[in-house]
Design a binder for this molecule. Sequence first.
Ligand code: MG
Length: 217
Amino acid sequence: MTKLIPDAEHDDLHLGDRPLIVCDVDEVVLEFVTPFEAFLTENGHELRPTSFRLHGNVFNRADGSETPGEDVSRMLEAFFESHDEWQTPVVEAADSLARLSEQADVVFLTAMPPRHREVRRRLLSRHGLDYPMIATEAPKGPAVLALHGERPHPVAFIDDIFVNLQSVRSHVPQSLLINLMANATFRAMAPHPGDGVDIATDWAHAEALIKAHIDAS
Ligand SMILES: [Mg+2]
């Protein structure tokens, strides 16, 4: 597809002559915080979020002490190694994307080490989320630019993270930018996603925003 994204990081990508929807995975189409909480509990820890982050908000269930950051990182890695046993689809994501895919190409852009790509690919497909996926730790703005280039069609980008939305905003400024986060606790603590970003309360809302954007183009 592009020099920016190595072949090892993406499925076959053949965009049609029509709009493009680039969609994050964790907290957008797959639950992440909720199953990671369950994973922590099974491993003797718990998430007690008082801020919009994991590190610093995980505690040892046995003695109540804060779990060191390196242990949180280690458990995150272990979680991703077996994430297909934990993560489930976000409500309405598959149905909304199925309807939108009648009008637009859908591509998943997930920020994860490419070594977890195969597990995630199978998990998404198992739930009917059978759209091509890019798994990369590179910034998302250049990735969307590499995908969409100078095509004249509408483009929408959906993500839960401020930095990713603003990265796409700076590289593909014509994008419709939608902030969507499945977990209600973290959504309530999330920083504002920044100028030019629409905040969707759920998939029905996101779908309506995208459809209106496409229809207005
Ligand atoms: Mg995400």
